[in-house]
Design a protein around this ligand. Structure first.
Ligand code: FES
Length: 647
């Protein structure tokens, strides 16, 4: 009879193994990642699996739980000291006795950090760059003059198959003591980011050290968000966010670049500011997670090119003008201490690659998260900030560009605009006959014409209109005929409705008539037209290159993407025609991508490889951009149709 068949879930990897093979060994051979710190000594409890019972006709497996060995003395000893949850087994001790379906519990289900509940939960398969390896080191022996660290290296090679381990210099003065404190039993933290590079010993603990942490950070121009994860379970332990203190040097990216141009000290000041903010966030997550900074062994950072450069201490001024040269575009792995990060002295930092001078490591991380390069469907991924980063592609070909949308979508440059905050109008409807508006504000579930609205907003008041509110009010104005296809507010309607009022030589729409009065004027409409035309023209340029006139899926990233209603985005022609069901907010895709790179080194290679294949399109030098821009100034567009919107 042939050897038993073992199927690992959720990866679906399978193989035949001789009876008596430990399940952990089978997993290793198939490349299924199962954590192990103690090296199969049944002490760390990290290698837990679940055995599924029943028949698996589809997989040709008649699985019975008796096909796994009964618990042996080692597992029983473990259970006496620590609890093993019901149905779980230690894969290092349990052996294969017949056909099996094995479930590898995946704790690292990442919930995309978004207010919208519909963003998918994502499963990150773990395979972190840092491994915790418990080893028993030969005690010193007069007969064998091999040094302490050399015997540790021999132990790592013999017990973990790790050859050629390099020693981080910070360990040289402390290793002797740690080895003696642990009575020659120690846990080595080994960083092995890349198969091609040699593994490196970065930390050493006496006895069994059964925990290790990592941080993933998305440095946005407005906000910095940081997550603390367990490298062993994959769980997110704590998250924290703060506004980027560089804002005091300039609101948007270009003003920060010009600040550096103008002030010799500017670069250093902004580098210090962002690093200090990150340090505070690290304090915060350590406190929430009740862990020490020294337990953080790995870190991943993403950001747009200017944030990326400033964090690394690099002058961003070349990014301010053509040819928008990046000082370094490839991924970086370096000691965290070199970036002034106070973590474990041996901790490493991985920085995702930048795609182009305007399309940064944040867009790379969002790409890693959403995976246009992993699918057949043509996917458009848009992250709207003051600069829109656009990725369009599928498994065959992926293109990227950025487009200068300006800050209008964020509520800036709009007379009644404001940042998204309690009191800001976020939803608007206009009656097609009477032209009377109703709206909802952040912080209240009620519409303005519902009873109890005044009380509900009494604390904050109604203070302005945020980005998603501006999209809706302008789309609703267009749908009710208040603005024409060219974006002109129709003054003739002033006879029909008191909501249309003359101001200077143009007209405005009164969204709210008292305390404070909020109006949408002609300049506001123009600002949105310019922003959306820039975005659409960038997208269209990439569609031209692909020779397509429709996309299969659209992912809207970031805060803006989370709140904007896709239907209104299409009414205004911000995004191309697409099945509305296929337009999704993808939340903080950049942050999720950073966590994927933290928890699985395979994802680092995946995005590095993808970025080298992404074709970069520089919108500024493309002749067609201007033409697309002009057409996109019209609502929704002068030449392009939106058939699926009409349906
Ligand atoms: Fe440590 Fe199984 S590997 S308990």
């Amino acid at each position: 009879a042939s050897d038993p068949l073992v199927l690992f879930m959720p990866s679906g990897k399978r193989g035949r193994f001789a009876k008596g093979t430990p399940v952990l060994d089978a997993a290793r051979q198939l490349g299924v990642y199962v954590e192990s710190v103690c090296g199969g000594r049944a002490t760390c409890g990290r290698c837990q699996i679940e055995v599924q019972t029943g028949r698996f006709a589809k997989h040709n497996i008649t699985s019975l739980d008796t096909n796994i060995s009964p618990k042996g003395p080692k597992e029983e000893r473990f259970e006496r000291v620590r609890t093993l949850p019901e149905g779980r087994r230690l894969s290092c001790s349990a052996t294969i006795e017949g056909d099996l379906v094995v479930d590898v519990p995946q704790d690292a289900i990442v919930n995309a950090q978004t207010v919208r509940k519909d963003a998918d939960d994502r499963l990150i398969e773990r395979n972190p760059a840092v491994h915790m390896c418990f080893v028993e080191v030969e005690p010193p022996d007069m007969e064998k003059p091999l040094g302490d660290l050399d015997r540790l290296r021999v132990a790592l090679a013999d017990q973990w198959g790790m050859h050629g381990v390099q020693i981080d210099p910070w360990l040289l003065p402390i290793a002797q003591q740690v080895l003696r404190d642990g009575a020659w039993q120690v846990t080595a933290a080994v960083h092995h980011d890349c198969e091609r590079a040699l593994p490196r010993l970065i930390a050493l603990y006496p006895g069994l050290k059964n925990e290790a942490y990592g941080i993933a950070c998305d440095i946005g121009s407005t906000t910095v968000a940081l997550h603390l994860s367990s490298l062993l379970s994959g769980r997110t332990i704590a998250s924290a966010g703060a506004s980027n203190p560089q804002i005091r040097f300039g609101e948007d990216l270009m003003s920060r670049v010009s600040y550096v141009m103008m002030n010799p000290e500017g670069r250093a000041a902004m580098t210090d500011a962002v690093r200090a903010a990150i340090s505070k966030l690290i304090d915060e997550v350590c406190e929430k997670g009740e862990i020490e900074r020294r337990d953080i062994l790995d870190s991943v950072f993403v950001g747009n090119p200017v944030m990326h450069h400033l964090f690394l201490g690099i002058d961003p001024t070349p990014l301010g003008g053509a040819p928008f040269a990046l000082a370094v575009s490839g991924a970086l792995t370096l000691p965290a201490r070199d970036l002034g990060l106070d973590l474990n002295p041996g901790a490493r930092t991985y920085i995702l690659p930048c795609i182009a001078g305007h399309v940064g490591a944040d867009a790379a991380a969002a790409t890693l998260c959403e995976g246009p390069h992993r699918q057949e469907e043509m996917m458009l991924l848009v992250d709207v900030g003051t600069n829109a980063e656009i990725v369009l592609g599928n498994a065959r070909r992926t293109l990227a560009a950025s487009s200068p949308t300006g800050p209008a979508f964020e509520g800036a440059e709009i007379s009644c605009g404001q940042r998204a905050a309690p009191g800001a109008i976020e939803r608007v409807r206009i009656d097609r006959q009477t032209l009377e508006p109703r709206f909802r504000v952040i912080g209240s579930e009620l519409w303005s014409d519902e009873p109890g609205f005044a009380e509900a907003v009494a604390r904050t008041g109604v203070t302005g209109v945020c980005g998603s509110g501006i999209i809706e009010v302008i789309a609703e104005m267009y749908l009710s005929g208040i603005i024409t296809e060219d974006g002109v507010i129709d003054g003739a309607l002033a006879e029909r409705s008191p909501r249309i009022v003359a101001e200077n030589r143009t007209f405005s729409y009164v969204l709210k008539d008292q305390g404070p009065r909020l109006t949408i004027n002609q300049t506001d409409v123009r600002a949105i037209q310019l922003a959306k035309a820039a975005l659409y023209a960038g997208i269209k340029l990439l569609m031209d290159k692909h020779q397509i006139d429709t996309v299969d899926r659209i992912g809207l990233a970031g805060a803006f993407g989370s709140f904007i209603d896709p239907q209104y985005a299409m009414v205004l022609g911000l995004i191309p025609d697409c099945d509305l069901d296929a337009v999704k907010a993808v939340g903080n895709a950049a942050g999720t991508g950073a966590r994927m790179a933290l928890l699985n080194r395979g994802h680092r290679r995946e995005i590095e490889d993808t970025v080298t294949r992404i074709e970069k399109i520089e919108t500024a030098v493309e002749a067609k951009f201007q033409e697309h821009f002009v057409n996109a100034m019209a609502l929704p567009n002068k030449v392009d149709a939106f058939p699926r919107l009409a349906a």
